[in-house]
Ligand binder design. Sequence first.
Ligand code: CU
Length: 215
Amino acid sequence: MGVATATAIVCAAIGLYIGLYLANVPGSAAAVTSSQGTSLYLATVPAAALSDPHNTWVSYYAVNSSGGDWRHDTTYVLPAHTLVHVTIFQYDSPSGIRNQFLSQAQGTTGGTFQVNGAAPEQAIASANTSHIFAVPQLGLSVPLQGVSGTAKNACANAPCSPTANAVEKVTFTFRTPGKGLYRWQCFVPCAAGYIDGFGGPMQTVGYMDGFLKVV
Ligand SMILES: [Cu+2]
């Protein structure tokens, strides 16, 4: 009886380990392809949704073209060898960066990005940088302008609204490589409350890190 019971408990534990841990891959969001081309819509927030287990952590989200339909995913599925138009609805205030090199765009079409549809820019003031969207393996890096720290209607927790909250809409285009899994991450020390701002959400997939799944 004892051996049978112990065996059953061990088998159940292995089953839970496989089912809840090994088979539990993070959710993903796919780029949208229309007559305008292929587009990926993201948002960055000062804090994840109140229902999130880490609702004080900065985070990326996937959204739709009008900034709605919030999904807490940081794996983005993109077609290979394709120009992808990326729009990031940026709701967080600046943290600033220590290395000004990272406040420049790298690897985008034309080497530039746009903020709120204005003229293409190559860099922003490093003190105004809120987050960065970077894929080191592809040499892609784009600094994201922070919303003013004194904005009256700043968003606190996701979901935020591009019509009700202060937002900086950052757009850029890049060409995807061949099939593969490419890690992306933020490089701004934006993790408030962690040593040097690089712990917590900065080292956890699902917040300031994720993958481009190029298919
Ligand atoms: Cu960040």
